[in-house]
Design a protein around this ligand. Structure first.
Ligand SMILES: Nc1nc2c(ncn2[C@@H]2O[C@H](COP(=O)(O)OP(=O)(O)O)[C@@H](O)[C@H]2O)c(=O)[nH]1
Ligand SMILES: [Mg+2]
Length: 567
């Protein structure tokens, strides 16, 4: 059923792998895609990734710096995979603890990880347990555990709320807490214990195995129906007293001095604060949560160094993630690309798109200026045939740019020209004519201005997608204001979706880069930079910092992250 399973170190050494019977396709491609677009891009929040027909699930072992990846066909619903991957991780760690503890690439390279038998045994167990469970049909009320409870047992007793609240928070993290030796677990409060006994012992006729809830599936997913509910309650009891138990002087020292491995529970308060801080800096709420989840996944199980605190470890990891997100994974070098297009005797075409009033035309003019300063000639295609004054605005820019770089300094030829057909015409057609004109007249670059449109306006979004599909520009730049918060995600997702939906090719042209405008107006609330790059995975190519031609910059990732982390 599984296509493959592989275990490799974060340094890239493959320790062990398995390929399913009859699977001929190499899994290097999907695994590399996972590393490139998820693990390296700090998107490891939800532990799953799809690549063509494959579903990939992965788990990071941060203590030993390992990655466990399983791949199976997307059409299969393999309910056991999450638990299976946890089991393999635990088993592998246990078995090769000595080798793994030594770390170092040489040790790993020289070690022999003959894991086949263990793996096959675990796989068989997982497959059988999923078969045994069978399809989950709904139980009738009489069959449910609830029907067997007495009314009394369901009445909340004093202190019950507190327990519930703590449980609600903690049931995410029970795996770790439940691994505590039972002797160390302080006893839960009395009423709670009673509640637990009632719930469990009334299970008439159940085998001991059924009652052994310690075998949770490890990832927080519970079996369907009431059984799941009970598991949760049971685990909450086990976890309940943990906080109070380590109080006093030693508890305090434990928080400060390292040499313990980080659990979700340790990180949660710090991550909550970080999340709020990011949102206050204008990072979209959804992205802030995903980022914090990703940091938690990256750090869970990691052994902290001595004298480091949880807060500083989490902060450091978050900072690294933010820098990573802002570092372009793809180099956009417009000047070099324009030169290459010139050598092929064709113009380099850039299309600008975005919602109304974000600064498309103004920044298009700034980019024209930058290109002219670098010795290129520019044709501006006035494809905003909708907003009154749009064409005149570009004409004014054209005049001013030509007066800054007069034709007499450039062999009598104007360095920038406007291609316009007035208002109300089809924008895609004008762009096409402009590109043909630029080719004939040997312009180096065509900058296509488009009308602003709201991401929910389907006809206008279709028109934009058509313009891009028909003209195949070299670069599609999305222009967005640095002022946006949550809205950034919606805009980018819908623009990309429209481009994908109306594309005529298998590989649709999506947004290739971002122009972040009005950066001069946001003080240190620079979160939009993170939201936009996180959502698209594309770089911020230009940053607009004012209303003059010189107010165009490239993004300094470290400075942005510095501003983001600043209290
Ligand atoms: N402060 C500031 N204002 C800008 C920036 N970019 C554009 N603007 C202003 O934003 C307004 C809308 O710009 P415009 O280019 O017409 O937007 P469009 O509708 O997207 O083409 C104008 O008043 C611009 O001067 C920028 O980087 N900083
Ligand atoms: Mg405009």
């Amino acid at each position: 059923m599984l296509d493959f399973f592989t275990i490799f170190s974060k340094g890239g050494i493959v320790l062990w792998c398995f390929q399913g019977a009859g699977v001929t396709e190499s899994f290097t491609g999907p695994v590399n895609a996972l590393i490139r677009s998820v693990i390296l891009q700090e998107r490891s929040g939800n532990n799953s990734y799809t690549h063509d027909a494959l579903n990939l699930k992965y788990k990071l072992d941060n203590e030993f710096e390992l990655v466990f990846v399983v791949g199976f066909q997307k059409i299969l619903t393999l309910t056991y995979v999450d638990k299976f991957i946890d089991d393999v991780q635990l088993h592998f760690r246990d078995r090769y603890k000595n080798e793994l503890e030594q770390k170092g690439a040489l040790t790993l390279l020289n070690s022999n990880f003959a894991f086949e038998d263990d793996f096959n045994m675990l796989l068989r167990e997982a497959e059988e347990s999923s078969k045994a469970r069978g399809p989950n049909s709904m139980r009738s009320f009489n069959e449910s555990l609830k029907s067997q409870k007495t009314v009394k047992s369901m009445i909340e007793t004093k202190g019950g709320d507190k327990g519930k609240e703590q449980g609600g928070k903690k049931n995410k993290n029970y795996t770790q807490s439940c691994l505590l030796p039972s002797s160390k677990s302080p006893k839960p409060p009395k009423e709670k214990q009673k509640g637990k006994e009632k719930r469990v012992w009334t299970l008439g006729g159940s085998s001991t195995k059924e009652l052994d809830y310690s075998e949770s599936n490890g990832n927080g997913a519970h079996a369907a129906g009431d059984q799941g509910l009970d598991t949760q309650v049971n685990l909450v009891y086990t976890c309940y007293p943990r906080k109070g138990g380590f109080g006093g002087m030693f508890g305090m020292l434990k928080g400060l001095v390292g040499s313990k491995s980080l659990s979700q529970e340790d990180m949660e308060p710090v991550l909550d604060k970080m999340r709020d801080h990011l949102i206050a800096k204008n990072v979209a709420a959804e992205i802030a949560s995903q980022l914090c989840d990703s940091v938690a996944k990256k750090l869970e199980g990691k052994v902290m160094g001595t004298f480091t605190t949880v807060a500083s470890t989490v902060k450091g990891a978050l900072q690294d993630s933010l820098v990573q997100i802002l570092q372009p994974k793809r180099r956009v070098d417009i000047l070099r690309d324009v030169l290459e297009a010139r050598s092929q005797r064709r113009p380099f075409v850039i299309t600008f798109c975005g919602v109304n009033g974000v600064g498309k035309s103004t920044n298009l003019a700034k980019i024209s200026f930058w290109l002219i300063e670098n010795g290129f000639t520019v044709l501006i295609a006035a494809c905003d045939t909708f907003r009154a004054g749009a064409v005149e605005q570009l004409r004014t820019h054209q005049r001013r740019l030509n007066s800054l770089h007069p034709p007499q300094d450039h062999g009598g030829r104007p360095v920038v020209q406007l291609y316009e057909k007035g208002y109300g015409k089809d924008a895609a057609g004008i762009a096409m004519e402009a590109i043909a004109y630029a080719r004939n007249q040997a312009f180096d670059v065509v900058l296509v201005d488009t009308a602003g449109r709201m991401q929910d306006n389907a006809p206008l979004m279709t028109a934009l997608a058509k313009l891009i599909a028909v003209n195949m520009p070299d670069l599609v730049l999305f222009v967005g204001e640095a002022l946006v918060g949550n809205e950034a995600v919606d805009q980018l997702v819908k623009f990309n979706q429209a481009l994908a939906d109306h594309s005529m090719s298998d590989k649709p042209r999506l947004i290739d880069g971002i122009v972040l405008t009005k950066f001069d107006t946001i003080d240190d609330k620079v979160g939009a930079a993170i939201s936009m790059t996180y959502i698209t995975g594309q770089p911020i190519v230009f940053v607009g910092t004012g209303q003059t031609y010189n107010d165009l910059r490239s993004l300094n990732a470290r400075a942005v992250v510095g501003a983001l982390m600043k209290a």
